[in-house]
Design a protein around this ligand. Sequence first.
Ligand SMILES: NC(=O)C1=CN([C@@H]2O[C@H](COP(=O)(O)OP(=O)(O)OC[C@H]3O[C@@H](n4cnc5c(N)ncnc54)[C@H](OP(=O)(O)O)[C@@H]3O)[C@@H](O)[C@H]2O)C=CC1
Ligand SMILES: N[C@@H](CC=O)C(=O)O
Length: 812
Amino acid sequence: MTIENLIKHSNAKPGKLAVNVHKFGGSSLATSECIERVIDIICRHCQINDIVVVSANGGVTDQLFTLCQLAKDDLSVEEPLESLQFQLQGLIAQLLNEQNSAYLTQQLHDDFQLLSSWLATDVKSHRNDILAFGEIWSARLLSAVLNERICPSHAVDARDFIQIQSEQNTAVNYDISRNQFEQIKQAHQLTIATGYIARDLEGRSCTLGRNGSDYSATIMAALTGAANVTLWTDVDGIYSADPRIVPAARKLHRLPNGVARELGRLGNPVLHVNTLKPLDEHATHLHVASSFDSETSGTEIGKFGFLAKQELSVTYSNDVLLVSSEQLNSMTLSEATERFSPICFDERNALMVIKQEQQKTVSQWFASKVGEVTFKPVAIIAAVGHKVASRGDVKARFKRALENTKTLDIVSSTSEHSIISVLPDTCSPELTNLVHHEMTKDAKHIGVIVAGLGNIGERFLEILPAQIKNQSVLENVHLVGLLSSQKALINTDGINPKHALVQFEKQAKDYDEEQLLTWLKSHPYDELIVIDITPSERFSLLYREFFKEGIHVIGANKWAASSSTEYFNGLTALAAQNGSVWLGNTTVGAGLPVNFAINDLRRSGDEIGAISGIFSGTLSWLFEQYDGSQPFSKLLLSALEQGLAEPDPREDLSGRDVQRKLLILARLAGFTLSLEDIECQSLVPENLSHLSTQEFLAQADELDQPFAEELERAKEQNNCLRYIAKFTIEDGKLNAKVGLAFVDLEDAFANLNPCDNIFKVESQWYQTNPLIIQGPGAGRDVTAGGIHSDLVAICEQLSTKQHQVKIKGINE
Ligand SMILES: NC(=O)C1=CN([C@@H]2O[C@H](COP(=O)(O)OP(=O)(O)OC[C@H]3O[C@@H](n4cnc5c(N)ncnc54)[C@H](OP(=O)(O)O)[C@@H]3O)[C@@H](O)[C@H]2O)C=CC1
Ligand SMILES: N[C@@H](CC=O)C(=O)O
């Protein structure tokens, strides 16, 4: 959604568009710069009938609390009051034009009069009215800026419609609240509502406690049946552990509702348990995203399938108390658990663990039941994930992680989605890291998209199920996408590799490049690999987009690796910059380890001076077979049928394919050159070079005569025909050439198995006796095998890769 859409929809019938709720926290609204960022997000993500919920501008609520405390202690409030008013006036002046600024400043002035009088006379009974000012000022200012610059909007005070039982029991009276909201909402205007505040049954101002504005947002979603709630905050999602403590924490892209609730219950700083309550009965999805980095995908909370249910996270708390008493029997304990929803309890040992802030009420209640109970400061560490309490493997790993730690008990919590260990001492960062490592080490989920389901792609997929089963490093690899030139099947929850092509046949939709790129920007996987087994230049041009998103590429397609020097250098730099791995070992020699060998020599300090050989499986097969007894064109069609030749065999015959391969190897060997620097002899007669592939194949017999004549000439000299590639560097001068040659019948190049490639590498270390790599250089099995080898290599690299989590104010 853009600003144009926002304005365009201001004339739409509000009922026609699904409502979305966006909530911005205090730090997202702290300065005029932050507010500008929020305006930008609103322009790009909001529709006119959406609701924007705001917290007080960063720091304002704290100052209001301080003012209340000072007034309560009979201390002077004059200076902090002035400084707060000055700060707010500053924001107004920076963001609004003169006229609007004057209007808002006047309103602010009136509010401060009232505020001063409450502070002076009756701070106790007006405490919540005072705190409510923070959100009112914030909503009023944002609405004024939107009205002045973007679209019609109106600021609403949530106390005018949200009715809760009381400050202690924040359950919402939905019927009354919905009715009241209906009356105050205005069509064709963006609603800017205050978070954090509501009224109780007596009409008194109430606050909604910690993360209260998030709760306000989900209440408003429930009132309006909103499709989505986005909590725009200062972190970019929910992580598998607190990323400030656990640097290896991974972002959880999708959290099932139940798991999110459990994380909130155990004290996750972003997800408060109240926030999720209003969503229980609605199909509303909750997103957590960063207002400081709005294009990065955050965490989505909702109903999800298999993959999201596999995710595990680790959370801890040092602010908990163990409640125990000799008189505590199972009946009282069960009554207490019903009443206080403890973090966990153990009936066998008659104990329960509560949050520190519950101590007073729990103590009073037990005093009236069994007398004194003991409270002991303890800590907890928990593994959280979908139904982990009944997953033996998860429990076993959790216990193993804690085997050298003193624990009081390991219990399933009141929720089926966590296993909790009670610790007698504080939970250290080291322990949190250790447990997180044990619980999540195998859980880096890698999505794979296969583009190109032809000759090689099909074989790659046939082998995939056995590879996933047998290669432990592929354990968490999920096939998520299949693409041909016209059709695409993307399934975020994974495509069963055993039935990949059947599913593709049945379910694939028209291939839309834009849709693919959009999906790639917000996919839920820790890592994503695109395997390009197409012959398409167009597809290779998408690598830039992939690398921008940190996506990895395995290419059997030679276009990108043999593109112009400038483009190629740009691509490799972009990949390095974004942590993308790009492998393409099958681009030369199919599955032969020639690229590995050259890389390895250079990495070890060797210097390569020349590379030569037979680099085309097709041309090797053709010239090893071609003795004049059958027409050349017949052999060519046979090479095509066997899957040796390129989809258009002129790529092979023209020498272009070999030219690309020589370029790729020369680049690997450390030289800067482009295709034009490699002299190339084409074996395709001019009159056949501009036809379509089908036309060319239909006229392929026109090749027979010229090839027969060439063979005769070679035979006369007791030679044979071979298509040779050669690259040398002498006195700094580069000489690169691919073409047909007459080769002595005794030469190593003349005595290969049909289809074999041979690579002769001359280097400082291999001068007098060159390094030779020889073997099949094309074909379904070896090429598909080579791509699998790249997949294993990438997954091995990724299993040790750590993400640097960026947190505003910590490391950014
Ligand atoms: N044959 C071999 O021994 C070796 C081949 N290679 C390379 O492997 C690649 C594939 O070869 P091969 O399997 O023989 O080719 P095929 O022609 O048999 O298959 C190509 C596949 O790519 C698909 N495709 C074409 N363009 C696009 C596009 N823009 N987006 C998505 N998919 C596309 C085709 O779709 P559709 O069916 O709709 O046309 C088809 O599924 C080539 O780059 C080749 O150079 C590398 C080493 C060895
Ligand atoms: N057509 C190519 C296939 C491998 O790259 C060849 O024949 O070598």
